[in-house]
Ligand binder design. Sequence first.
Ligand code: PLP
Length: 397
Amino acid sequence: MIYLDNAATTRVRQEVLDKMLPYLTDFYGNPSSIYALGREAKKAIEDARAKVAAALSADKNEIYFTGSGTEADNWAIKSAALSYAGKGKHIIASQVEHHAVLHTCEALKKEGYEITYLPVDEYGIINPGDLEKAIRPDTILISVMFANNEIGSIQPVKEIGRIAREHKVLFHTDAVQAAGHVPINVNEMNIDMLSLSGHKMYAPKGIGALYAKQGIKLAPFIHGGAQERKKRAGTENVANIAALGEAISLIVSEMDGEAAKAEKLRDKLINGILTEIPHARLNGSAKSRLPGNVNISFEFIEGESLLLLLDMKGIAASSGSACTSGSLDPSHVLMATGLKHEMAHGSLRLTIGKYNTEEEIDKVLEELPPIVKRLRDMSPLYEQYIKDNIKDKKEGK
Ligand code: PLP
């Protein structure tokens, strides 16, 4: 199988598995227990916290473990809403956020909060000028993702942080796709809250983290015991936490080399597809783009059919966000970039990870063009396009 869906999830890497397994077998103590077995578990959590903090240039006390990236997004936004309601009830987010952010904002809307969704340009990137104009005296939070999960566009995070700081508004960024793939420094970028997730960086599913800057008001998210400094109760998932610490520390130490490798494969894939297949368009920015993201729309075909035929060839890809598959609506991200419905429906996302090879990319470039051709040959829209084209040529248009 050729796995090209690393933005959906990644395989747990061996070093990470080796790190986490002892906490399921030998050191299975409850981290709240005072005997040695418990203390070992507690130590693993604190080691992992230090590693996550180091990866973001944050302080250890600013890291809270969560059950997922989704939970970290929910926590950041709901906490800001709850803690700063005295100042106002206005939140700014972008139109291309992940549903973990968008649906949290929609839930708050029902509670009386007002949300401004910033538009994006054709590359999926917000205009900092629009952000500045949208800020009001009652704005309490700006939530703009670091990098997009569908089209890989990287937002001008430092600029957003500067604007947020200048206007004394909290800035949260969903860095689930960015963490470990592009450099992040929460202080230099003026980030107040940041969400990340383990399973996008070769740790298991079901573990995430929230960075919350010292001094900001962070409301408790889950009530119960005293875990996570009384803010996120529940016996800690020690093995997964240890895994996240190991995974983030490894991925950050390897970032430069891995990014260069992924970019090379990405650009080969993009150029190969655009050269070989007519009526195809790159979605997202060519420059401000995650190293491993390829997202291309093909006219006259359905992304879902493309996925099925690729699957029959052993190629795992995505037609958008895995979280939205099962829905027939076109991707809100592609629509926000101004893509027509038909083009948004014909999109293919291929995301490269550390285990992909050049041979695999060559194989995709060999398999994809005939699949697209086959689907177009069955498409009434394509047939009509060809007929119109012949007619136009005859008429000398
Ligand atoms: N935010 C972004 C940008 C994502 O891509 C995802 C997952 O795809 C999430 C949040 C949710 O993370 P998790 O799967 O850990 O809940």
